[in-house]
Design a protein around this ligand. Sequence first.
Ligand code: HH2
Length: 283
Amino acid sequence: MNESAPEGGGLRCGRYALPLSRPLVMGVVNITPDSFSDGGAYFDAESAVERARELVGEGADIIDIGGESTRPGAEAVPAVEELKRIMPVLDALRCVDVPISVDTSKPEVMRVALAGGADMINDINAFRTDGALEEVAPTAAAVCIMHMQGEPRTMQAAPHYDDVVGEVRNFLGERAVAAKRLGICDERIVIDPGFGFGKTLEHNLRLLRHLGELVGLGWPVLVGLSRKSMLGRITGREVGDRVHASVAAALLAVTYGARIVRVHDVRATRDAMAMFEALQSVT
Ligand code: HH2
């Protein structure tokens, strides 16, 4: 079975075709009371929309909205509540000129969000829930396929791998092939190692250092390192004080081949990406 993708041009993302000739910045807006870094800050639709517009103004290429926290130990949210959180924000953001990604693992949420104009579905569960791939397949939306060992409530209890890079690579390759089997073309697929999702600090560092092995699969790699606890472990900083480490991590990730960085601090990350791009044109 072919588990590698051909070198593609851009990313087909709902209403948009995004060039991948430079790294893209995905700005995060969590419409939740309990997210690990911005929980509660944008829980009402109005402040979430305002925040998303602010991130677009700072240069976000994609906005990722989510209505359920995935931090270790977070409470599960029923689909109806998740939709109540995200749909007013998605409606209000349709006129903003960047693609809107919805961070969800529930097929019923995917269905309503896609009908409401979502350009991308970002699933931390890699579309493994029955019916998830079937919801996205007939649309034009992009899919972000993320690796996670276990499930959010318990994933950090005792993560174990014999070969973390090989296992994550194989998993992502298999899930991308499953997506392709349902008709989702290479240009709609993004893969993500899932930093912090059932991984120790050592696993995360190994994945970052060997990101090139995932890049070698051929699909664009997205990484989410922003403000995560691994940065706290390394720097000793609290979550609100991890912007410098987050920017450094995003820059390292694109240096190792990531094409999309999922971040909370768009302005600072964009500056780092500008430095990266400036060097790309120098021989
Ligand atoms: N990380 C989080 C959520 N969604 N999606 C992808 N593709 N990759 C990630 O690394 C990723 C993700 C966790 O971050 P955040 O959304 O800020 O927190 P919370 O899950 O607590 O809302």
